[in-house]
Design a protein around this ligand. Structure first.
Ligand SMILES: Nc1ncnc2c1ncn2[C@@H]1O[C@H](COP(=O)(O)OP(=O)(O)OP(=O)(O)O)[C@@H](O)[C@H]1O
Ligand SMILES: [Mg+2]
Length: 239
């Protein structure tokens, strides 16, 4: 469902921060991405989401170029995925209306409100009891979890997670990753998850990609991936 062919991405006139990247992902497949700070992980997700143009090569989603409607995204900065002055409930309503022209009005029928509450309850962070709280009054981790609930509220074909659990305590991070994994499996979405947790990258995903200086320096799958140790993976961070 996703294909990257010789993709190069650069900001403005500067040198390419992603270089000659080739990648393909089938529906239902889960790819973990790791790499040092500045290696191009967020840039990769932004390019796939259509937030920055490619300078070279092309990105195909279901065979089409420049059609990013079926992509949902949890940004590295949770403030970008949620509206601070909107309540938890209004943010969920906004996510529900994603792609529709009408601006969300806070009116919600009981059935929809229940769907939102149930989805928030899945996060096990008590957000379903804080529907009237503005997003800016949540903790960083709570806000990140809300951003995830929003990203998966409507159907999408490809879910992009940029360090979606970086601000969470270890127990919450584990729970949210397991939840994201379950959602991906049940819905048949493809998923790309960027993480700094090598354990998480080994535990989740069918495949694992290591980026360094904008280049894919290693890929692991199947048996080889599940047998990897964090130490072996870490060794790929340096040439
Ligand atoms: N808006 C921007 N304008 C110019 N350069 C940028 C911009 N965003 C990122 N870069 C540069 O692109 C390179 C890759 O950045 P990117 O954010 O993709 O790295 P990353 O792998 O996600 O790092 P981190 O682990 O710190 O999140 C870096 O050298 C960075 O300085
Ligand atoms: Mg990043």
């Amino acid at each position: 469902m996703l294909r990257l062919e010789g993709v190069g991405v650069a900001y403005g006139k500067s040198a390419e921060v992603l270089r000659n990247l080739n990648l393909s992902l089938s529906a239902g497949e889960f790819l973990s991405v790791v790499g040092p700070n500045g290696s191009g992980k967020s840039t990769l997700l932004k390019a796939i989401a259509g937030a920055i143009p490619v300078r070279r090569g092309r990105i195909l989603i279901d065979g089409k170029e420049n059609d990013f409607r079926s992509v949902s995204y949890v940004f590295q900065d949770p403030a970008m995925g949620t509206v601070g002055n909107f309540t938890v409930l209004e943010n969920m309503a906004l996510a529900w209306r994603r792609g529709e022209r009408r601006f969300p009005v806070p009116f919600l029928n009981g059935r929809r409100r229940k769907i939102f509450r149930d989805r928030l309850a899945d996060l096990a962070m008590g957000l379903e009891e804080r529907l009237a709280t503005p997003a800016r009054a949540l903790s960083g981790g709570q806000r990140q979890a809300l951003a995830l609930a929003m990203a998966v509220l409507r159907d999408s074909r490809l879910l992009l997670l940029d360090e979606a659990t970086a601000a969470l305590d270890p127990r919450s991070a584990e729970r949210i990753m397991a939840l994201a994994n379950r959602i991906v499996r049940e819905s048949g979405r493809a998923c790309i998850a960027v993480t700094h947790s090598l354990q998480q990258a080994i535990a989740y995903g069918d495949r694992l990609l290591v980026l360094r200086n904008g280049i894919a320096v290693a890929q692991f799958a199947g048996e080889e991936k599940s047998r990897l140790s964090a130490g072996e993976l870490f060794a790929r961070y340096e040439s």
